[in-house]
Write a protein that binds this ligand. Structure first.
Ligand SMILES: NC(=O)c1ccc[n+]([C@@H]2O[C@H](COP(=O)([O-])OP(=O)(O)OC[C@H]3O[C@@H](n4cnc5c(N)ncnc54)[C@H](OP(=O)(O)O)[C@@H]3O)[C@@H](O)[C@H]2O)c1
Length: 390
């Protein structure tokens, strides 16, 4: 698979600081020593020790609302900064500042917050502008990056020191073409503006209620429809993902603990495979589906593409040999926790049911069509029959 293809795949998911996640010394100065590098995460306190004022740059798309909901539930004060275009009716009781990250940050001038969470930064020049403006009056910058920063996934069990992608043209701001490399430069821009005060969070595929991309959503909808379901590979492919609600709650924990450093944010805690995930989702949805696993080479011959037609799955070899095996140890030590995938599947379906028909269609638009699935299954059975009779 070419790297262009990689950017298409991972970009559609949407200073490689190799330093480990750690508590900002400023957060613990005069208090207890910083958290040890190893050991299980302490459960979050029932209520935060100190309520924080948090600025969210964005906050009304997919991940942002999960962060805002979690922050409000923990009693923090939230301010949103966005253009007022996306889901403008969300969070009516929350302070909203309007502007444009690209050149119109005036509404932020002179204001002070404990922390800023940045889920909407894609271009280093733009992240630099907000981080530099806020540096004197904000203690902590939490930048939402991505695992697409990595140049390749050709090693198994890599941690955050895996090399990041670079731009062929360093002046490019073409996010579609250079999503991962630009995100890596955004991380570096934030760190340069606020050295030692930045958490760069690198999520994998974000799933669950609110996901407009329809990627994971293919699986619960298709499994719930029942019957014979096309499943990719031999079932043993390792897969990773993160429920947006778990990610949102953890980002707030990162703010509360003033954790800094670079962290992969994906789960679950233990290695799972495509088969264990689909089986668990199927069980949670009433066991209506019968999975037929079709090998990767056959899928390729039939023009079935990993990730696009078979969401969450990539035929992992070559540059993707270690895909699905990224370490999440730093994030787990910093408190990242995971709900069962069956709960995510059930909740995703329930959320879909609340959408108006046109939005529901959009949120289900990824994944193989029923027609193509039926054709591939028929071809597979014919192929198997042919092999059996040889
Ligand atoms: N989805 C995945 O699987 C996945 C995987 C890995 C990483 N990620 C990362 O996770 C994050 C997801 O972000 P999200 O879109 O869900 O965040 P979000 O904060 O929920 O939504 C994006 C927000 O940015 C605002 N915005 C967009 N352009 C703006 C501008 N020029 N000026 C001011 N505000 C602007 C939008 O509001 P207005 O339109 O009203 O301005 C909206 O509030 C991204 O950083 C992505 O790279 C995603």
């Amino acid at each position: 698979m070419t790297l262009d293809r990689r950017d298409f795949l991972l970009g559609s998911l949407a200073a490689a600081a190799a330093c480990g996640a750690r508590r900002d010394p400023a957060a613990t100065a005069g208090g207890p020593p910083a958290a040890p590098a190893a050991g299980p995460a302490a459960p979050p306190p029932a209520a935060p020790a100190r309520k924080k004022s948090i600025l969210v740059l964005g906050g009304t798309g997919f991940l942002g609302p999960h962060v805002v909901t979690a922050a409000l539930a923990r009693g923090h004060t939230v301010t949103l900064f966005n253009r007022g275009k996306t889901h403008a009716d969300l969070f009516p009781g929350v302070e909203k500042l309007h502007g444009d990250r690209d050149g119109h940050l005036e509404a932020l001038a002179g204001r002070t917050w404990d922390a800023v969470i940045d889920p909407s930064g894609y271009v280093p020049r733009i992240v630099k502008a907000s981080a530099e403006l806020l540096a004197p009056r904000v203690g902590h910058y939490v930048f939402i990056s991505t695992i697409s920063v990595y140049a390749k996934f050709d090693t198994v069990n890599p941690d955050e020191s895996l090399p990041v992608a670079t731009l062929a043209d360093p002046t490019s701001e073409d996010v579609k073409a250079g999503y991962g490399a630009l995100k890596a430069l955004c991380e570096q821009a934030a760190e340069a503006a606020m050295p030692g005060r930045v958490a760069s969070i690198r999520p994998g595929l974000i799933i669950g209620p609110g996901d407009p991309s329809g990627r994971f959503t293919h699986w619960p909808t298709r499994l719930a429809e029942g019957g014979e379901v096309l499943a990719p590979g031999d079932g043993g492919t390792p897969v990773q993902y993160i429920d947006g609600r778990d990610l949102g709650a953890w980002i707030v924990r990162v703010v509360e603990d003033r954790t800094v450093g670079t962290m992969n944010a994906l789960g679950p805690a233990n290695r799972v495979t495509m088969q264990s995930v689909l089986d668990e989702c199927n069980r949670a949805l009433g066991n209506r589906a019968r999975l037929t696993w079709v090998d990767a080479a056959f899928l390729d011959q039939q023009g079935v593409e990993g990730w696009r037609d078979m969401p969450m799955w990539l035929d992992n070899h070559g540059d993707f040999a270690g895909f699905g095996t990224l370490q999440n140890t730093r994030a787990v030590r910093a408190g990242l926790a995971f709900r069962p995938i069956g709960d995510t599947a059930r909740d995703t379906l329930a959320w879909l049911g609340t959408l108006p028909a046109d939005e529901r269609a959009k949120a289900r638009s990824s994944g193989i069509t029923r027609e193509k699935e039926a054709a591939v299954l028929a071809a597979w059975h014919a192929h198997q029959g042919g092999r059996a009779s040889r």
